[in-house]
Design a protein around this ligand. Sequence first.
Ligand SMILES: Nc1ncnc2c1ncn2[C@@H]1O[C@H](COP(=O)(O)OP(=O)(O)O)[C@@H](O)[C@H]1O
Ligand SMILES: [Mg+2]
Length: 402
Amino acid sequence: MAKEFKNPFRPGAGHMPPYLAGRETEKHEFERLLEQDTILENLILTGLRGVGKTVLLETFKPMAIEGDWLWVGTDLSESSSVSEASLSIRLITDLSVVTSGVVLARKRLGATGFGAAPQPVQLTLDYPMLQAMWQQTPGLAADKLKAVLETAWAHLRGLNKRGVIFAYDEAQNLADHAQKDEYPLSLLLDVFQSIQRKGIPFMLLLTGLPTLFPRLVESRTFSERMFHVLFLDKLSRQDSHDAVTKPITLANSPVRFDEASLDSIYEITRGYPYFIQYVCREVFDVWSQQIEDEDSLHAIPVEEIMRKLDSDFFAGRWARATDRQRDLLLIVAQLENCNSEFTVQEVVSQSRSSDRPFSSSHVNQMFSALADAGLIYKNRWGKYSFAVPLLDQFIKRQAAAR
Ligand SMILES: Nc1ncnc2c1ncn2[C@@H]1O[C@H](COP(=O)(O)OP(=O)(O)O)[C@@H](O)[C@H]1O
Ligand SMILES: [Mg+2]
């Protein structure tokens, strides 16, 4: 395939799009936070799956580095949040990447063997050093971690950087475990609040599903003041169009999307970034094969793409619901406000007009199971939302096909 026929679109978790559309407000907010000398605000990027949290986080990284910040962090797996020790080790491991170049002392060691000259040895603030410091500091987990972070900054400040950003993706995995007497999430919040009060410019940048922020607030109410929350939503119509057309122009591609096809793409995707990449990738593949055939150029195979999207994106999640739970979800999908928030009570009244109504205790119980299955989530005020974009339309398509 010739170079200009290469498909530029990138559906897939964490895949940088060929053109990152919109998100200007979010970038400005982040730039504002980069101006802080004393950290009063940390940042949370939250939103549904596929809305573009990971790629925006990746976009922030060069901005931070450009602004003279050091950047550390990774994905927060569930295992890093098992215990206070595991979370501390996670932070220390990530921090050591930027501290390991800091030389603490140069020593000359004695000759190590027959005829060998004394070797100069550098003592650096590398992982073993930080880890030893952590281990040897007496006190609680929080005292140990604070000691390491404070010492690290005492050495890092000589580098003339503004501070360090601790960026963690998938931070909804953070949790306290009262039954095991392990509080890694509280530890993180306590430690950062404490060192920030002391003027140490270490900023937290957490990214995760909408359950993230409620969980932080539940753990420590001061989280409410500690974080600025950016809720990533679908793209506007104009930004969606840009997400489609700019990659084409940039790649100088022979495939063209006209107004009508842009409108159909918006109809299908509603501006959700993952869906835009997905649909455009499909359309591009079809069109680039038909490029000789002028007539078929502007027809978007809507039905076919929807069917493929249903099986690639929705079907796996749908499979986690039982038949009765699916009945309940169909009732939810019929609510006018199903795409914002809905309450148990609203669902119960909606269900009265169905053959088999649900009681409120039944709905409560099933919602909790559906939340565990990742289909809905509960917000801070006890209301529910769909956890997957455009789920209502998928549910209706399923019901129509039954
Ligand atoms: N602003 C954007 N413009 C165009 N495509 C985007 C944008 N943000 C995300 N995408 C695309 O959407 C998909 C999901 O992005 P990702 O960052 O993995 O989402 P999340 O981390 O929220 O689940 C990727 O294919 C990515 O290329
Ligand atoms: Mg992600």
